[in-house]
Write a protein that binds this ligand. Structure first.
Ligand SMILES: C[S@@+](CC[C@H](N)C(=O)[O-])C[C@H]1O[C@@H](n2cnc3c(N)ncnc32)[C@H](O)[C@@H]1O
Length: 284
């Protein structure tokens, strides 16, 4: 048996000692959903540049009270990059805190590239993206055996995305995709109208999860045909995730192979054994 003393240092310790500015995910809102590594980095920080209202102020109060806090909203790269570079070069410990996970609609890489070109190393520290918090709120899985085999993280057309780049109808029409729409709360009506125009089944389930994991979290359930009315009535224009697909209901799934007979009972057939091994790697 391996002696515990022979094991390598946990990655947490190695990465906490890493040189440079971490671009860390704050998670979806609940301070309890910040990662252990994120918390350790914040505990050491002198300057935290955060994503404004998408980062729960309770989290900032709990973990960043000792540090200077700068809200990045409304600041362009020309302001943000020198701010972080100068602090880093002065020897201060800087953390760039994005909401959710920084790799999802976070525009992190352009800041990181700009800092790297100024000689400041940077690295990613993942967080819990809001789609995962929304899935937990809905008491469902985003992939569900015989219901949803795929997940799409997407956003609706607008200033950033042209109509040709908007693939929401294609994802939904595939039938076995759970489509998670970020940055689309203000456009639920237009998105649902486009889905109907594109021939999507009007009864396709939709959930709009506002502030997943926050104290004022709210869920609006409906269908492609009627959810927009309810969202407008509630008055939500931002900070919600729109989830489309049968998986939203948490029903209709089949028992999976993972806990089924052939996975547990096994056989001495080589092919079965391979499939068992694959199933054992899966969650469903
Ligand atoms: C600029 S994107 C950032 C996404 C973030 N990086 C993530 O991984 O969740 C902001 C969008 O994420 C979604 N969002 C962020 N936090 C949320 C939450 N707690 N509940 C629901 N949606 C959220 C909303 O769609 C919002 O418009």
């Amino acid at each position: 048996m391996t002696d515990a003393d022979d094991l390598p240092e946990p990655a947490t310790e190695v990465l906490e000692d890493r040189e440079g500015i971490p671009f860390a995910g704050a998670g979806p809102g609940d301070p309890g959903l910040l990662t252990v590594r994120g918390r350790a980095l914040l505990a050491d920080a002198d300057l935290v540049v955060h994503a404004g209202s998408l980062v729960n102020s309770e989290l900032l109060d709990a973990f960043c009270d000792h540090a200077e806090q700068v809200n990045s909203v409304g600041k362009d790269l020309e302001e943000l990059v020198p701010l972080m570079r100068d602090a880093y070069e002065e020897g201060r410990t800087v953390v760039r805190l994005h909401s959710g996970d920084p790799s999802i609609y976070g525009a992190a890489l352009e800041q990181m590239d700009a800092l790297e070109s100024e000689g400041v190393p940077t690295y990613f520290v993942p967080g819990v993206t809001s789609a995962f918090a929304a899935s937990a709120t809905l008491d469902t899985q985003l992939t569900l055996n015989e219901v949803a085999n795929h997940v799409a993280f997407t956003r609706p057309q607008g200033k950033t995305l042209s109509p040709e780049e908007d693939h929401i109808s294609e994802f939904v029409r595939m039938g076995d995709v759970t489509t998670c729409i970020y940055l689309g709360t203000h456009a639920v009506r237009e998105t649902m109208d486009r889905l109907l125009e594109d021939g999507v089944d009007p009864d396709t389930p939709v959930a709009v999860v506002y502030h997943a994991s926050w104290p004022d979290e709210d869920v609006i359930r409906g269908t492609v045909a009627d959810v927009a009315d309810a969202v407008e009535e509630a008055g939500y224009r931002a900070s919600a995730l729109v989830v489309i697909g049968e998986a939203v209901t948490g029903g209709g799934y089949e028992r999976s192979y993972l806990y089924g007979d052939w996975a547990n009972g096994g056989s001495d057939d080589g092919g079965e054994a391979d499939r068992d091994a694959e199933a054992a790697e899966g969650d469903d």
